[in-house]
Design a protein around this ligand. Structure first.
Ligand code: ATP
Ligand code: MG
Length: 271
């Protein structure tokens, strides 16, 4: 079968490259995401991990190569259509509406789903009302799932950092994705919060059946939740395998030693 069309392959990146001026941020990167797995990108600062996410989100157009999602060429899809295809993400730096409540943030996030005609909106037909009810139901479900009931009506600006990270996760889940991209879910979290994040990711995979593509520096979290790990350095693929295999790969330790990161214990300060 051709690339990215096998039923168990949700997304396939083939020979992806992206150059920013003199920097080859991503260089001939290929990998396949199997349905239902947690697949993690690791690598020192500047390795190209977030750029891979931005290519999948269609924020950037690759210089060469392609991405297929469920067999469809994603690199030809307009950026605003990506969420409708079932791809949701969180950001390395939390991106939420600070002056809206948790509930409002989730409702806003969820609106990517509706293709509404202004006429119908204006007339407020039964169909729109039903869609609205469905949205409310889904959002309340996600709030329960991630144990956010206590913060439901609190402004995001007033929430502790660790809770905001969970709200960002909730906003992504409210769109009912098939593929969830998490960019450094543990960054800025303490050990206990990181442990909770691991549980949420496991629940998302097991109970919701969502495929997760994650970028993460904390190797204890990576080892706990990842089915497979891909290590990158300077835009290139270094190693691919189980967490243990990749951690044992000599090139991986070397890449981290050559940078300011430490593969076993990197923990970023809260932004
Ligand atoms: N918009 C941009 N314009 C120019 N250069 C960029 C841009 N985005 C990323 N880069 C460069 O591309 C390279 C890869 O950056 P990227 O953000 O993907 O790294 P990363 O692996 O996510 O690193 P970190 O662990 O620090 O988040 C870096 O050299 C970075 O400076
Ligand atoms: Mg990054």
């Amino acid at each position: 079968m051709s690339l990215g069309t096998e039923p168990d392959i949700l997304l396939a990146a083939h020979a992806l490259s992206l150059r920013f001026g003199g920097v080859l941020a991503v260089n001939q990167v290929s990998f396949e995401l199997r349905r239902g797995e947690v697949f993690t990108l690791i690598g020192p600062n500047g390795a190209g991990k977030t750029t891979v996410f931005n290519l999948i989100s269609r924020i950037y157009q690759p210089s060469s190569g392609e991405i297929r999602y469920k067999g469809q060429v994603l690199t030809q899809v307009a950026p605003h259509r990506v969420a409708r295809l079932g791809i949701a993400r969180t950001f390395q730096n939390i991106e939420l509406f600070e002056h809206a409540t948790v509930l409002q943030n989730l409702l806003i996030g969820r609106h990517v789903h509706h293709r509404r005609s202004l006429w119908r909106e204006w007339l407020f037909t039964a169909r729109v009302r039903e869609a609205e009810r469905q949205t409310r139901r889904k959002v309340e479900e996600v709030i329960d799932f991630l144990d956010l009931q206590h913060y439901r009506d609190t402004l995001v600006a007033g929430l502790p950092y660790g809770v905001r990270k969970v709200v960002e996760l909730a906003r992504a889940l409210a769109t009912e994705p098939e593929l969830l991209l998490l960019d450094e879910p543990s960054s800025g979290l303490n050990v206990e919060e990181t442990g909770d994040m691991a549980f949420w990711i496991e629940d998302i995979q097991r109970d919701l059946g969502i495929t997760v593509l994650m970028v993460e520096h904390d190797m204890s979290l990576v080892s706990k939740v990842s089915d497979r790990v891909l290590a990158m350095n300077q835009g290139e693929v270094l190693a691919l395998g189980t967490p243990a295999e990749v951690q044992a790969h000599p090139g991986v330790a070397e890449a981290y030693l050559g940078s300011a990161d430490d593969a076993s214990s990197l923990r970023r300060p809260r932004p």
